[in-house]
Design a protein around this ligand. Sequence first.
Ligand SMILES: [Fe+2]
Length: 508
Amino acid sequence: MHPARKIYCRTFQSVLKFAIPFLPYRHPKIIGSVRGIPEVLKKKKCRSVLIVTDKGIANLGMLRRLKKSLRENHITYVIYDKTVANPTTVNVYEAAALYHSGHCSAIIAFGGGSSIDCAKAVGVKIARPDKPLAKMKGILKVHTKLPLLIAIPTTAGTGSETTIAAVITDAETRHKYTINDFPLIPRYAVLDPEVTVSLPPFITACTGMDALTHAVEAYIGNSTTPGTRKNALMAVSLIFKNLDTAVKDGTNLEARKNMLKASYYAGCAFTKSYVGYVHAVAHSLGGAYNIPHGYANAVLLPYVLDSYGECIHKKLHALAVAAGIAKRDIPHYKGARLFIYAIQNMKKRYGIGNTIEEIREEDIPKLAHYADKEANPLYPVPVLMNAEELEKFYYMLMPKKKRQPAPKMDFKEYARKAAAKRAAEAAAQASAKAPEKPETTTQPSAKTPEKSETAAQPSDSAPEKAGTTAQASDRTPEEAGTTAQPSDSAPEKSETAETVSSDSKTEE
Ligand SMILES: [Fe+2]
C-alpha cells in the first residue's frame, strides 16, 4: 500500500478508536426464550409485528412456538419468509411493503445473520423511506431511530443480534455492502438454545467458525478496548470448549446455549473493534458466488492470520492461552502456531476445505477491489494491504489446478529469529554483568534459548493433542480472560459485567 494511503488509513482508524468511548454503543437486552417476547411487545404497546425469516426456517416449523406465543397474547403478525442467504435489496423492499400493509409497529428477526441483517435493513427502509439503501452504505448514514427490533438468532455465529451492521447485496450489481449505524443495534436479543437444536452439524460448524473469526479479528486489530479484548477472549474460550459438542450432538442444550453466548460476546467485541481482511474477502466471495459467510471465513482464517506474520504472534498466543491450547510461558510464535494449527484441525474435523471452487481468475481484481473498499480505511487490521496485495488470498483459495502454489507457513523462520534474538540478548546481558570475562560468561548463557525451546517442545510438537486437551479444560471464560490479559481486567469490568449479568435477565 502506498505510504500516503497508509497514513490516511491509520489516522482514520485512530480517530474512530479515540471516539469509541463517546459513541452511543449499547448491548441488546437478553431474553432467554421466545416465550418472553409478548411481554416486551405489550410493554411497548405493539399489537402487530413483522417476522422476517427464511423459507428453510418456516418449512421446518421453527416458528411454531413464537407464533403460538403471539397468538395467545393477541398480538397479530405477518411473516416475510423469502430472505435469501445473502439478503438482497429486493428482500428488504418486499418485507418493508409487508410491514406497512400489515400495519406493524415492530420487527422480529428470526434466523441467522441473513434474516437479522434483512430485518435491520427493513427497519432502516421504514425509518428513512425516501433515501435509497445504497446511499446509506458505510458508517453513520441512518441517524434515525428504527422501529422496535427483536433479534432471535437461530445460528450461533453471526453476532448480528449485537451489531450496528447490516450486510446487504445489491440485487442488480451483486455488490455486497454494509450499512453501519447505532440505531441498527437490536433492542432485544433472544438467546434461546431450543431454536438452534435443529441446525445441521455442518452449518453449526460454519457459523461457529464465523463467531471465532469475529473474536479473533476483533482481538488482533488495532482498535481494541479492554472490554472488547475480554469479550473476544471469553468467546474464544467458549467456542473451543463447546463447538465440538454442538456439532456432534445438536440436542445438547448446554453446548448450544454456550455457543449462543460465545456468538453474543464475539459480536460485542467486533461491533466496537471491527473485523479485518478475512471478512472483507469473505464478503466479496459471498456477494459474487453466494458462498456461505461462515464457510468462507473458516477457509480463509488461517491464511490471513499467517499472512500478518510476526506482529500478531503475541496476540495469537494470548488467544491460544484463552482457548486452553497453549501455556502462557511458551514463546509467542509457538503460541501463534498452536492457535493456527488448532483452527486448521477444527476445519479438518468439520469437513471444511481449503479452497473455493467458484473463484474465477478473471473476477479476482474486481473482488479484491470490493474487499479493499470495504476494509480500508475502516478496519484497523494489523497489516495494511491494498487491492493488489489482497489478490493473493483469492489465488490461494483457487483449486490446485487453477491456482498458484499453496502458501507456506514457515514457522522455522520465526523460530530461528527468536532463538537468535534471545541469544543476542543473553550475550549482551552476560557481557554487561561480567565485562572482564566476556567469553566464559557468554558461552553458557548462549545455551539458554536452546533450553527454553526444549522445555516448550512437548506442547509444540503435537498441536492436535494440545487441541484435545483444550476441550477438556475446565477453566471458566472469565479465568481465561484474566489469565491471558491481567492488565485488562480493571477498566473492563463494567462492560463485561454488563454482558455477563445480562444473563440474569433471562426470563426462563
Ligand atoms: Fe462474520
